[in-house]
Design a binder for this molecule. Structure first.
Ligand SMILES: [Zn+2]
Ligand SMILES: [Zn+2]
Length: 379
């Protein structure tokens, strides 16, 4: 039995002081102070930004297993009125990363009580998950490659809408690839009464929207699910006498598979470039927040299922991948591993909702899952 009283207190402290992607400095320091009490053999800080890792070494040789949590909160105002609500009005832990961090902190405590016999355990706290930048930055960091370099990688995400403490897993693709695309359109302004003397980007803009929908509806060019969503449009100014000269459209592209994503990206860019050429509009484009498709390794999935079985937890096998994305995908592209969901309760507010708060009841389940995974691999 894990006593979680002090862990709940720590989770709530993290919740009160959230930091968004790229600014997780004091969160990493808080973790450093808390986990140092549990005597890790090594601490590596400033990995890929404010990332921090704690390494526990066994006496005997064995597999190196990395467990990953995420440091960042969201730039959304929290509406829950709790004693430990975010002290800031513009950001909050509404994806439960405070809970994921607490699970790894609790794992550190458990590893201090029962020091690992074999191999090595790396507790990695990764920055900038929400923007899809952190995992790639950690992997590119020399400090990580030289001192961590795991044999297996595992992570969990709490999932509202599933029974509390259930384990949700998919043997193959867990979550989708996604990327943001902004197309900038430069035309020429004129008097609004004489549009022929200028060149408004409005026609190109509307054709790009049409193209996005007809491309994603063209089932013949894709193997599986793809989705394009327009998320922002900007055209001209509110000056009624003036024809707009600048327009901009942003969209999010999604696909279960990386190869479908490649096709979707190429098709939409080709369409936009052709449309702009035809409309004599200068066009530029920019990619943002790129996530890969998260593919689980089948051995790692079996380990997760066995751990859930050992702990007598309900296991839910997914029939289709999640449509959202997770940048843990960068880890599973480089190492054998798996991500699984940990049920946060059927009626729990959804992730990223302003009234979401991580359920403390599932902290111990997360710790036990990771401990079991370590033991199953290094027994
Ligand atoms: Zn999130
Ligand atoms: Zn998240």
């Amino acid at each position: 039995m894990i006593n979680t009283g002090h862990l709940i207190k720590f989770r709530r402290e993290l919740h009160s002081y959230p930091e968004i992607a790229g600014r997780e400095k004091s969160t990493a320091e808080r973790l450093g102070r808390f986990i140092s009490n549990y005597n890790p053999d090594r601490i590596i800080s400033r990995i890929g930004g404010y990332g921090i890792a704690f390494i526990f070494k066994g006496e005997e040789p064995g597999k190196k297993i990395l467990f990953r949590a995420d440091l960042d909160a969201l730039p959304i105002k929290e509406i829950s009125n709790m004693e430990y609500s975010s002290v800031y009005s513009d950001r909050a832990h509404l994806c439960g990363h405070d809970g994921h961090m607490t699970i790894l902190a609790g794992l550190a405590e458990a590893l201090n009580i029962n020091r690992p016999l074999k191999g090595e355990i790396i507790l990695l706290f990764q920055p900038s998950e929400e923007t899809g930048e952190g995992a790639a930055r950690v992997l590119a960091d020399k400090k990580f490659r030289e001192s961590a370099n795991p044999d297996y990688v595992f992570a969990l995400h709490n999932l509202p809408g599933y029974p509390e403490k259930s384990i949700i897993i998919n043997n193959n693709i867990f979550s989708s690839a996604s990327v943001g695309l902004t197309v900038q359109l430069h035309g020429k302004s004129s008097h609004a009464a004489e549009p022929a003397k200028g060149n408004s980007p409005v026609k190109a803009l509307s054709q790009i929207i049409d193209a996005l929908y007809s491309i994603q509806d063209n089932k013949e060019i894709f193997t599986d699910f793809v989705l394009g969503t327009v998320i922002h449009i900007n055209l001209g100014e509110k000056r009624f006498g003036t024809l707009p000269e600048y327009g901009e459209i942003s969209m999010t592209l999604r696909a279960y598979r990386d190869d479908d994503m490649e096709v979707l990206r190429n098709e939409i860019v080709r369409a936009a470039v052709n449309i702009c050429e035809k409309e004599k509009i200068k066009c530029e484009y920019e990619w943002k927040e790129e996530f890969l498709s998260l593919e689980n390794d089948s051995f790692a999935v079996d380990i997760v299922k066995n751990a859930a079985y050992n702990l007598d937890l309900e296991t839910i096998e997914m029939t289709v991948p999640f449509k959202w994305s997770e940048d843990f995908s960068h880890f599973t592209k480089n190492y054998r591993g798996a991500m699984f969901g940990l049920g946060a309760g059927n009626d729990h507010p959804a992730l990223h909702n302003p009234d979401y708060d991580f359920p403390d009841e599932i902290i111990a389940t997360g710790i036990n899952m990771f401990l079991n995974i370590y033991r199953l691999i290094n027994q």
